[in-house]
Structure formats: structure tokens, C-alpha cells
Design a protein around this ligand. Structure first.
Ligand code: CA
Length: 337
């Protein structure tokens, strides 16, 4: 493997036992701070030899459930109780997380579309490069905690990207089950996931899980409960926490798959979004999904957008105003293993 050329300097020593916290120093020379750095917080817990779990949130700064769950984990996890190492990066795109935005206010970078990154690139490209070339190679499992952000809402779920029907996915499906979420799904390969953090983990042959915990720019108790149990149970699954630490599921996990373009419904015209179904509904091909209204000309007939296939409504757009090309809904279908 080629040597990493990152310019980011960590304040923590990944080989040291115990609990450490500090910052990844991303030097960023600007008018108001000539020698300054962007302080990306990181927590490392280690106790002897064993597997390493890397937990990330704030890849999108306006997705808060994972950030809260990892703040809680960073304080509650006792390094003496673990065997191995836990690396927590709760605000991966730090400038975006502080701004409460999907993308960085510095360079408009969407961290989850910039992997494998560039050590000499923009601030967001440098973060992607550091995660891909410095953190992921340390890990046996990477879990990137997302939600729907400002514009989308999900039924809270854990997920695996890069799913291939023709490949052995036993390891991924076992981790998905271990998370003990009421809902799980797999996203088929070829959905453009290679520029994501999970894509980076797949490149390094590191087990990768993600989540979509809710969204619409807020945090619910239900989503937090799923996230915190899932993260805890992944540590048990890896053997970093003992079996006795496993938290019981509320019930069985329903596992869906998300396939290609026919799973998605997009806005056909600029206007106002009237949903005709809700999250969790089962729908059928041809069923109207939404009407788009035109308040500027309220006498004009609304335009209807319909589902292209049967499925479970997994994700819904939240803002009422919408423009052609916005995603209004996406579906999942029960996974036949
Ligand atoms: Ca996201």
C-alpha cells in the first residue's frame, strides 16, 4: 500500500492504551488565521490487542442523530471494559457540522461524495483523504451514521452498501442483524457508492455499515435508541465488548433492498409538494405518490408523480417547496436471500 500523504496531524496516538481525545489538525491558512487549523474532534479508546471499530458521524453536518449517539458513546464507554480499540469521529466534516449543513461552508464540499479524497485538495477533500488513507486502514469495521438531513426523512434503519446478489455477503448481513434495528436494508452495488466513506471501506476490504436514522434536521428518542443499541451491539459483534453487554432487540429485523432507478420518485415540475402516501406505507406500481401544485397559478391543474414499482416507503422529502429533479420518495422491497 502506498504511503499516505496526508497533511492532517492527529493529536491522539492510535497505539496508546486508555481513553484519549483531541483534534485532527487540518491546517487552513485564511485571512483571519494565518497559521490556524480546523480542529476536527476525535476520541480513541484502546485496551490491549483486538479488533478496531471506527464510528463516524457528521459526514453530513445536518444529520444529528449519529452525532448525539457518538457524543454519548465517547463519554460512556469505559476503555477498561473493551478488548481492542474504538475510534470515534463524531463530526467528520467539522465545518459542515458546526454550520448544521450538509456541505462545508468553506468549499461547499459534500464529504460523502469526495472519497478517496485528495491530500492537496480542498478542506473537504483533505478530510476524505485522511479518513480513507489513515483511519479506515486501522479498522475491522467502519460504521458511518447518517440520516435524512435537512431535506429527507427515513424510517430509521441500518444499511449495507455495495450489495451484490452474486457475492458472499454473509459477513455484511451478520453485522446488519447484529445492529438489532427494527428495519435494515441493503443498497445494491453500482449505485455510485464508490465516492462515499463506505465505498472507501469496501476498497480496503473493511466491513462497512451505514445508517439512515431519521432526518429532517432533528433528533428523535426512537432514532437515538436504535443508534445507541446498534453501536453497542456492533462492539459485542466484533468481540470488543463481552456478550453480556448485548442489548436486546425490540423484535425481529425486517430487511429490505434498495435497487435501481425505479425505486425513486422525483419531482416532475417546480412547485409545492402534496404527498399522497406516508413513511412506512406499502405502495404498488402506478400508484400516485404526490401532487405538485402551483400556488402562483392556483387554477392550474396539479401534476401527479407516481411510483414505478411496488414497495415500502422508506424515505420521504420534507420541505414543501420542490424543484424538478428533487427526490420525493424512495422505496425498499423485502430482501429475498
Ligand atoms: Ca447522509
Amino acid at each position: 500500500m502506498p504511503t499516505s500523504r496526508t497533511r492532517i496531524i492527529p493529536e491522539v496516538d492510535f497505539a496508546r492504551n486508555g481513553r484519549q481525545h483531541g483534534f485532527l489538525r487540518l491546517f487552513h491558512s485564511v485571512h483571519s488565521s494565518a497559521y490556524g487549523f480546523i480542529p476536527i474532534p476525535i476520541v480513541v479508546l484502546k485496551n490491549g490487542d483486538g479488533p478496531t471499530a471506527l464510528f463516524v458521524s457528521g459526514t453530513h453536518g445536518d444529520e444529528y442523530e449519529g452525532q448525539v449517539a457518538l457524543c454519548n458513546l465517547a463519554k460512556s464507554l469505559d476503555p477498561a471494559r473493551i478488548q481492542g480499540r474504538v475510534i470515534i469521529l463524531p463530526a467528520a466534516n467539522f465545518p459542515a457540522a458546526v454550520a448544521g449543513r450538509r456541505t462545508s461552508p468553506i468549499d461547499e464540499g459534500n464529504l460523502n461524495r469526495l472519497f478517496p479524497g485528495d491530500p492537496d485538495g480542498t478542506v473537504t477533500q483533505q478530510i476524505a483523504y485522511y479518513i480513507e488513507h489513515e483511519l479506515i486502514p486501522l479498522a475491522d469495521l467502519v460504521c458511518d451514521l447518517h440520516s435524512g438531513g435537512s431535506s429527507l426523512m427515513y424510517v430509521p434503519a441500518v444499511l449495507v452498501g455495495g450489495y451484490r446478489r452474486d457475492a458472499d455477503m454473509t459477513r455484511q448481513l451478520a453485522a446488519l442483524q447484529a445492529f438489532a434495528s427494527p428495519l435494515a436494508y441493503v443498497v445494491e452495488a453500482n449505485q455510485g457508492g464508490d465516492r462515499t466513506l463506505s465505498g472507501g471501506a469496501i476498497r480496503h476490504d473493511v466491513l462497512a455499515l451505514g445508517t439512515e436514522l431519521g432526518g429532517s434536521g432533528h433528533v428523535t428518542r426512537a432514532a437515538l435508541r436504535i443508534a445507541e443499541r446498534g453501536v453497542n451491539n456492533l462492539l459485542v459483534h466484533l468481540g470488543i465488548l463481552p456478550d453480556t453487554a448485548r442489548l436486546a432487540p425490540d423484535g425481529p429485523t425486517r430487511t429490505l433492498e434498495v435497487g435501481g432507478a425505479d425505486y425513486y420518485v422525483y419531482t416532475p415540475e417546480n412547485g409545492l409538494f402534496e404527498p399522497l402516501v406516508e413513511l412506512g406505507d406499502m405502495v404498488h406500481a402506478g400508484q400516485p405518490a404526490a401532487r405538485i401544485h402551483f400556488p402562483e397559478t392556483p387554477w392550474a391543474d396539479p401534476v401527479t408523480a407516481s411510483f414505478a414499482r411496488d414497495g415500502f416507503v422508506l424515505c420521504k422529502r420534507m420541505p414543501g417547496r420542490t424543484m424538478r429533479g428533487d427526490c420525493l420518495f424512495h422505496l425498499g422491497t423485502d430482501l429475498a436471500v
